[in-house]
Design a protein around this ligand. Structure first.
Ligand SMILES: *Cc1c(COP(=O)(O)O)cnc(C)c1O
Length: 379
């Protein structure tokens, strides 16, 4: 099955008891057993739920994995991945990552004796130097948030990965429609399904996808033991959102390409970060590992102050000032005070995340309406 067919059909079957074509919301905490231990595969709602099963089978198919395991949020999914580790283990992570992921790693997991190094994955030497005998996991995000750098997934796997060193990719920004890290050899894929996968800004949900039954078994154990499961209604909404993932992504990517080009011609702007530009350092790599360039754009200003950025944020009307991304509606945000406030200023500045940096999540509205809104806010 091709992607456009999988989003609609993979894992989805008419309900056997009624013929309902759409997956029912199984709003139940428990399941009646015929006799102790004799049941239809479902015993208790934390362990398994039929609506969740459909979502997990669908997500596994979209990432060409064997198993998807879903959670109450993207960070709950990351939490489950980190629980694969034990005290003394070490993680090498990209230094350009989602602020909440950084917070979970540093402010919670360091307390439990897990160690983290944050390095630039564009610099092989820095990665090699950071890896120790204790390193068990490499954590990358690509495109990165918010600088939209591209990390070479296959090279990361081939150069650094091995059976004792798992390569994990946060694929939230690309979505499974644009990029499939497991196909490039990664061991674990994380999604904040809150973003493009659900796509309608009405659900918070996370997923981990793997192609290895032993890791899947451990993650299922953690899912059940820790219990951060998504509710059936959120699973239903996500299944519904996924059905249009390819259509939404195509339009959002087209709109972003148009907006990025317009931004380049504006005097007040210092840098536009968008992997679709030939001048972007990761452009060729993006072309080879992604199907399109995504719908996220960041830019900063010649007047490199938070005040100058705030003046723009205050004036957009269609681009709503909000955290998050990947919905049908366009959003605008200020990473240094919003999504990335948890990262110290010195760390932010190392990666070019300046005080005037503005991040756009381009939605699927009319592109000229979107540009008119931005232009009046900047000009
Ligand atoms: C939002 C986000 C997360 C966290 O997901 P939640 O669903 O908000 O918990 C992780 N990684 C990236 C890249 C994100 O954008």
């Amino acid at each position: 099955m091709k992607f456009e067919t999988k989003v609609i059909h993979a894992g989805v079957h008419p309900d056997p008891s009624t013929g309902a074509i759409m997956t029912p919301i199984f709003q139940t905490s428990t399941y009646v057993q015929k006799s102790p231990g004799s049941h239809q595969g479902y015993e208790y709602g934390r362990t398994k739920n039929p609506t969740r099963t459909v979502l997990e089978e669908n997500l596994a198919a979209l990432e060409n994995g064997s198993d998807a395991i879903t959670f109450g949020s993207g960070l709950a999914a990351l939490d489950a991945i980190l629980k694969l580790l034990k005290p003394g283990d070490h993680v090498v992570s990209t230094n350009d990552l989602y602020g909440g992921s950084y917070r979970l790693m540093v402010q919670l997991y360091e307390r439990y004796g897990i160690e983290f190094s944050f390095v630039d994955f564009g610099d092989d030497k820095a990665v090699i130097q950071a890896i120790t005998a204790q390193t068990k996991l490499l954590w990358i995000e690509t495109p990165t948030n918010p600088m939209l750098s591209i990390i070479d997934i296959k090279k990361t796997v081939d150069t650094f990965g091995n059976k004792d060193l798992l390569v994990c990719v946060d694929n939230t920004f690309a979505s499974p429609y644009l990029q499939n890290p497991l196909d490039l050899g990664a061991n674990i894929v994380l999604h904040s399904a809150t973003k493009y996968i659900n796509g309608h800004s009405d659900v918070v949900l996370g997923a981990v996808v793997v192609n290895d039954s032993a890791i899947a078994k451990q993650l299922r154990f953690i899912q059940n033991a820790s219990g951060a499961v998504p509710g059936p209604q959120d699973c239903f909404l996500t299944i519904r959102g996924i059905k249009t993932l390819h259509v939404r992504m195509d339009r959002a990517c087209q709109n972003a390409a148009y907006i990025a080009l317009q931004l380049k011609n504006i005097d007040e702007i210092a840098n536009v970060y968008y992997p679709g530009f030939e001048s972007h350092i990761g452009h060729q790599l993006a072309k080879s590992q992604m199907r399109q360039f995504g719908a996220m754009i960041s830019f900063d200003l010649k007047d490199n102050t938070a005040a100058a950025a705030n003046a723009i944020l205050a004036k957009t009307k269609l681009f709503a000032l909000a955290e998050s991304l990947g919905g049908v509606e366009s959003l605008i945000g200020h990473p240094s005070t919003m999504t990335h406030a948890a990262i110290p200023k010195t760390e932010r500045e190392k990666i070019g995340l300046t005080d005037s940096l503005i991040r756009l999540s381009v939605g699927i509205e009319n592109q000229e309406d979107l540009w008119a809104d931005l232009k009046q806010a900047i000009g």
